[in-house]
Each structure stands twice: as C-alpha cells, then as structure tokens.
Design a protein. Sequence first.
Length: 344
Amino acid sequence: MKKFISLSILILIAGVVGYFGFNYWYSSGIEKRISESTDTVRFEVQSGESTSSIGQRLKEEQLIDSELLFRLYLKREGKGGVIQAGEFEIPKNSNIVEIVGILSNAVALDVVRVTIIEGYTNQQIGELLDSKFSGLKNVKFNKDEFTNITLSPDSYTFSSAVETFLASYKPAGKRLEGFLYPDTYEFENDITTLAIIDKLVSHFIVKTENISKVNFYNNLILASIVERESFTDEERPIISSVFHNRLNIKMALESDATVNYATGKSSPQATFEDLKIDSPYNTYKYPGLPPTPISNPRLQSIEAAINPADTDYYFFLHEQDGTGKVHFARTLSEHNTNRARYLD
C-alpha cells in the first residue's frame, strides 16, 4: 500500500510538473518573437490551403520556429477557421498570436497595370509610374527615388541575376537608361521602387537573352537612337545602316533625337539654337556615340543596331505630312533635294 501511495504521488507530481511545463512552453512559445527586425515579409495564403502547409511555410520564411506550436494555437484557441486566403505583409518581429491576427484579416492589394511605350526615357517612365500609383493606399513607389536609382544604380543592390548582368554589360558609373524594357507590367500597389526597377531590368535580360553581347553597350546606345529615329520595323535596319556608315568614316551622327535628349524636348527637328547646346549628347557637335542610351528601345531596334542593313546611305529624313514616310540618300546633294521636296 505504501509503495502504491508513493507511486501515485510521483505520478501526480509528474502530471502537475508536466502540466505547468507544457503551459509554460505553450504560453512562452506563442508570444516568442524570433526576430527583432521590423521589415515585412510578403506572405500569400492560397484558398483551401491546410494549416499544416501554412505553418510549414511560415517556418520556412523564418517567421515562426515551430509549425506544431502554430497549429496547436489554432486548435486550442478555436482559430483554425479564421485564416483567410489572400496576401499579407507580416513584420518579421511578429509572434504567433500576432501572425494569426494578421492572417485573419485579408487585405486586397490593388494591381497597377502600366504600359511603358517603346522609346520612353527613364524620366518619362518615372513620371508614368508616378501617375499610375497616385491616389492608391500603401504606395511605396517614389518618383525621386526612382530617379536616384536609375541615375546611380551602382549605389544600390539588386537581385543577384540583375547584379551579375549589369556588372557584365553596363559600364561602371553609367545610368540605367536603355535597360528598362518597354512592355506592359502589373505591379501590386505596395511594391517598392527598387523592386519595380529590378523587374524592368529582369525583363530586359529575358528579352535580350539570345542577342549577341559583343560590344553590347555601344549597340544598346545605337539601338536607343534607332528607336527614336524610326517608325517601322522595316526601316529600322536601314536607319541603323546610316548611322553605322557614318560611324565607320567618323562622320557625326547628327541625330535630332540625341539633341532632344539633351534639351528635354520632343521636336521632330532640332532648332538652330538647340544645335548650339554644348552637350555630349549633341551629335551634331560631337562625333561618335553619345555617352549613354537616350531611350529604352524595343528588341527590334536592338537587333537592327547589331545587324544593320547593307546600304551606302548616309542621310535620311521623314516626311512631316503625317505619314512619316522615310527617304534615304547617299550624298548630301541627294539629301538636300529630299529636304526641298519633303520638308522645305
């Protein structure tokens, strides 16, 4: 009998210790913060996703350290059915109680659809994005930040793929002009400025994957000029040939598009005053290529810059009658005749 009583007491003590030990583990665990960082993690819950899967992914994101404790909290507190499908921003310093509270209040994120026109400059893209994000809630995009990043990209850290590509094909110190691929994009309203730029450059990398990378940056500069000086895919390789022919004999490119980049204008023809501007982008005054691209070209313009048509043209102009028809010339005399006929 004494042995039985002693064993019962031991079992009782063990039970009491276990009970309080479990409660301590449970209470401290659900309130434990495994990070001090206030940065947030984007977390998406799929419709019909199990709590086990959610807990496992929360652990993989280093938001919790115990999937078991997460599921136990949901069961003990009767919160298994409160988690909603949707996208959430979860601070890294949240505990399980706070995380479940966040996951119980899905907030729909607005999708911003933006079409970047071929030949837009980085400045124009920044202004376009600013207009698209204007008036939305939780917006992190900032036009001034966009300008700073695109002008001084070497001061910022991008994704590893973008970092590697830029290190290989963008000369150090150069801006990101030319590397923001023109296309239609969808962004969530709370995407950061850096993430937007990273996405645009990532798309550029994909689009130019099969393009020759020999002398790539100079070809990108030329492509940006071809983009602004041409209207159709058919004429791009021929216009490219005009510039290649001029470069081969060290003749000034005399591109109105590069002058417009320097002046900030968008005139079909640069004025006499514009042509006096002392800028490395004034290709009437300074032979050779300008120091950077002057726009963000489409793939066809890049291909035309790399593979120009075989011609002996050194001049071209577009009619200003609304048709934009292009006329090429081999000599200055022929070009002046075209000018008198189609412009003057």
